[in-house]
Design a protein around this ligand. Structure first.
Ligand code: ADP
Length: 350
């Protein structure tokens, strides 16, 4: 390699963008450290190889055709459509610019500058998914409520009292509750995002709190048997009572929602080293292994049921702000146990 090129490649080595250089026969001659980091390969491993080793099969065929047309004309080629494969097999998407470098009218090198846009594409997809779920979740209750109102109005002559059955009013209330929960979850998620969630810490009898939540939920979820299986001992923690209640309700309503056929849901509390651990166990549909890590992410839903995929994300953020932990153990088809832990009072003050 000539000296002037060596100097050029030295400059490339400082670039935050991944840069790959091939000779005119598409054999790799240089890759900078950003490229090594992006792909997982080292330059020594790929020197002399064809960049085809990165092909994932997911890049549209038209890309290669247009690329070839441009490069043979001696023009640079720019695209956002390239999905490549790392050494470990995982995929990434790049904004790629390929420049041919000429010497005496012949192409000497191809320089490809790559910017990793995997995260950007992922967040764009997430955003459009967010709007489609949001509109669906808002539209359903609004449509049914409107339909009911319209039917009753049509049936009732003007100036007469509209009769609505108790059952129908209950249905009204349930749909309005769903809307309220959705709006509250969205507000919480945006507060978390802006780091504006405020917690009010106090000493809380967590055993009593669990029992109160169970008693309240038992009234509304009559198909399930919610049981407290903890010991009689009362445990105390320093926590935001309402936020911990919110986490418990989220765990319990999920346990009910995702165990439609199996009625028992068991709540336990125990002390382990410096932590109080609370668990909610159901015998429901369970969660596939591959989804278990992601269910605490924003908008993640392992299976589409009613809901928005925000409950566990908010719970995780609440527990994080209590310096606690949150996790799940689950087997598909058998059930799930959700856990959260809080530091014991002694541990919080030491
Ligand atoms: P939502 O229930 O609104 O979808 P969550 O954040 O509360 O959102 O839960 C995220 C996902 O985790 C759910 O969509 C569901 O796939 C899964 N999940 C949560 N709890 C359970 C459970 N007890 N059993 C099975 N799957 C669950």
């Amino acid at each position: 390699m000539q000296n002037n090129y060596i100097n050029l490649f030295k400059i490339f080595s400082y670039s935050p963008n991944a840069i790959l250089v091939t000779d005119s026969e598409a054999k790799i001659v240089y890759a900078n450290s950003a490229w090594e980091k992006l792909t997982g390969y080292t330059l020594d491993e790929v020197r002399g190889a064809n960049p085809k080793i990165l092909q994932s099969g997911k890049t549209p065929r038209s890309y290669y055709k247009k690329l070839w047309n441009s490069l043979t004309k001696g023009d640079p080629y720019i695209s956002e459509d390239v999905i490549d494969k790392r050494k470990d097999g995982s995929l990434y998407q790049i904004h790629s610019t390929i420049y041919p470098i000429h010497e005496d009218k012949n192409i000497r090198y191809f320089v490809q500058v790559q910017q990793d846009i995997t995260k950007r594409i992922h967040s764009e997809n997430l955003k459009s998914e967010f709007f489609s779920i949001l509109s669906h979740e808002l539209k359903t209750p609004i449509t049914v409520l409107k339909l009911l109102i319209q039917t009753r109005m049509r049936e009732t002559p003007k100036n007469e009292v509209i009769k609505i059955k108790h059952e129908e009013m209950r249905f009204f209330e349930e749909e309005l509750d769903r809307l309220t929960n959705l709006v509250n979850d969205m507000l919480d998620a945006s507060r978390i995002e802006m780091n504006k969630i405020r917690l009010t810490f106090e000493v809380v009898n967590i055993t009593k709190l669990i029992q109160a939540v169970l008693a309240n939920l038992a009234i509304v979820s009559q198909n399930h048997k919610l049981t407290f299986v903890g010991t009689k001992k009362e445990y105390f923690v320093v926590a935001d009572k309402h936020r911990i209640e919110q986490v418990l309700i989220n765990f319990l309503t999920n346990a009910i929602k995702y165990s439609p056929e199996k009625e028992t849901v068991a709540v336990d509390i125990m002390e382990q080293r410096n932590e109080i651990v609370i668990s909610v166990k159901d015998n429901g549909i369970g969660i596939p292994k591959k989804d278990q890590k992601m269910i605490f992410d924003k908008f993640y839903q392992a299976r589409k049921k009613s809901g928005f995929g925000l409950g566990l994300y908010i719970s995780k953020e609440i527990i994080k702000r209590h310096k606690g932990k949150i996790w799940v153990e689950s087997e598909e088809g058998k059930g799930s146990t959700f856990y959260f832990s809080l530091p014991t009072i002694e541990d919080q003050f030491h």
